[in-house]
Design a protein around this ligand. Structure first.
Ligand SMILES: [Zn+2]
Length: 212
């Protein structure tokens, strides 16, 4: 299957100069403090995994839910970018995990988890990429400490660059094994979209108040 070519991303169809796109560079000095956010993580647990090869890259279909300020969002799939898509004050990192949820109003919410290499961590994603695991405990994809989250409105980062996406960027990072980092680089080399102009959008920082 021919995969999306990230070398020619400026020529992707649906690319626009409108300032509504993702990813973005998160600039610490420009964050706006918002209300605390109550997140119930307990709906992310052991799920069957179904790997599907797609033009936009491998998607891992799975089940789960989050309850965010009383609103339930249903997990549909996840995928991984080799290298961060969202930058933090211009800085990249090992990999970015996107958990893609369906909102009750039919819109999309993506929870981004930022992965950094940790020599102490055991392999977590490599066996999944290799299709050797029929299920996974999705809570292990998140850092143990979840204290702060950023939100903004954007798009999906692969064509058709769907709009009206609620982005949640978890500030605390998950350490992953060098084996996982190598597996991402081999399977999805540099499959990240470049950062897009923020325009007049706000990136809001929330403390996370409730989690089991
Ligand atoms: Zn993604």
């Amino acid at each position: 299957m021919e995969k999306l070519n990230y070398h020619y991303q400026d020529a992707w169809r649906y690319t626009t100069t409108a300032t509504c796109q993702s990813p973005i560079d998160v600039v610490a000095d420009k964050l706006v403090d918002g209300p605390a956010m109550a997140i119930d993580w307990s709906g992310l647990t052991i799920s069957p995994l179904l790997k599907k090869e797609q033009v936009i890259g491998d998607q891992f279909f799975c089940h789960g839910k989050l309850v965010i300020d009383g609103q339930t969002v249903e997990l549909v799939r996840f995928h991984i970018h080799d290298g961060f898509e969202h930058l933090w004050d211009g800085q990249s990192g090992a990999a970015e995990l996107h958990l893609v949820f369906k909102r009750a109003d039919g819109g999309t919410l993506v929870l981004a988890v930022f992965l950094e290499e940790d020599a102490e961590a055991g392999p977590l994603f490599a066996p999944i990429l290799a299709g050797q695991q029929a299920q996974a405990d999705l809570l292990t994809f998140l850092p143990a400490k979840k204290e702060s989250i950023l939100t903004y409105k954007g798009t999906l980062t692969t064509p058709p660059l769907k709009k009206d996406v609620d982005w949640l960027l978890l500030k605390e990072r998950l350490g992953i094994s060098p084996v996982d980092v190598a597996a991402f680089a081999q399977a999805y080399p540099d499959n990240y979209r470049k950062v897009q102009p923020l325009g007049n959008r706000l990136v809001v920082r929330h403390q996370i108040t409730s989690h089991p």
